[in-house]
Design a protein around this ligand. Structure first.
Ligand SMILES: [Zn+2]
Length: 282
């Protein structure tokens, strides 16, 4: 299915308003990063999608961490017109990159409904794959993204300098990069923004200790701001105790960011949705 039908979401809502339509019901949010194929969401996915629609989440972008998730994400996106997908090999699984893995990811990236290569990057916090392998697999996938001119979703944890260095050596267009579930402080945020990349904020920005991250969120200009849940992980405040996060909760991330930035929720929704449409073409 093409994404065009999804763009009608706000129009349809205005044409067919419910009995108690509020202004905020016309607002559309996009969860730019959720793992809908994860075992913690899959068993109740129909209800999860229902709740996200009720919360005004008009479109969802399903992330992928390995070839199997990439396959499942594509199948899901083909089934639901408002779901789009990514394909990629996460740094945790870099060690599993066998012969032909790049061709496999390329195949998924060329499929309809695919809007990004991701999530890829470096994770030196868990070190589930040796760092030299992570760096090689990251560089190879960036090259692929550059060749396909594909939007690319970056995961970086305790590896910011190496991430930037490898990106600098690649031919990737920085304006096609999304730093997902950003966790860095203002100095790092400025460097990402200077490159011309997008920054996506998850529920982490609502956590009490995330003082530096909130500085980053304050200084990120409207036109580079994205929101996500990273569900089933990272439930935001005020539902942080909810074990399994879900796309409906992107509304809490949006509301928190609006308040933090002294903005109206409706405007923040409009801005972040426009950005998501621009960078992902969803
Ligand atoms: Zn993720």
């Amino acid at each position: 299915m093409s994404g065009q039908s999804c763009c009608l979401f706000p129009i349809l809502l205005s044409l067919f308003p419910g009995p108690c339509l509020q202004y905020h019901d016309l607002m559309e949010l996009i969860d730019t990063h959720c793992h809908l194929t994860h075992g913690r969401l899959r068993p109740t996915l129909a209800a999860v999608l229902e709740r996200s629609a009720a919360a005004g989440v008009g479109r969802l972008i399903c992330a992928a961490a390995d070839p199997e998730e990439s396959r499942l994400a594509l199948a899901l996106a083909r089934k639901h017109a408002h779901v789009f997908c990514m394909a990629g090999l996460h740094p945790h699984d870099a060690k599993s990159a066998g012969e032909g893995y790049l061709e496999m990811i390329e195949g998924f990236c060329r499929a309809d409904c695919n809007v990004a290569l991701g999530e890829i990057g470096l994770d030196y916090h868990y070190d589930f794959s040796p760092r030299d392998v992570q760096r090689r697999v990251f560089a190879e996938q960036l090259d692929l993204a550059a060749r396909l001119n594909k939007t690319t979703v970056i995961h970086t944890r305790e590896a910011f300098e190496d991430t930037l260095a490898i990106m600098g050596e690649s031919r990737i267009d920085p304006s096609r990069l999304v730093f997902h579930s950003f966790t860095e402080g203002p100095a790092a945020a400025r460097r990402v923004l200077d490159l011309g990349a997008y920054i996506s904020y998850s529920g982490i920005v609502t956590f009490k200790h995330a003082v530096e991250l909130r500085e980053s969120a304050r200084l990120t200009p409207d036109e580079r701001l994205l929101i996500e849940t990273d569900a089933p992980f990272l439930s935001p405040e005020p539902v942080r105790k909810q074990k399994d996060n879900e796309p409906a909760n992107v509304r809490h991330v949006a509301a928190f960011l609006a308040e933090l930035r002294g903005d109206r929720l409706e405007r923040l929704a409009e801005v972040t949705t426009a950005n998501a449409v621009r960078v992902f073409g969803c």
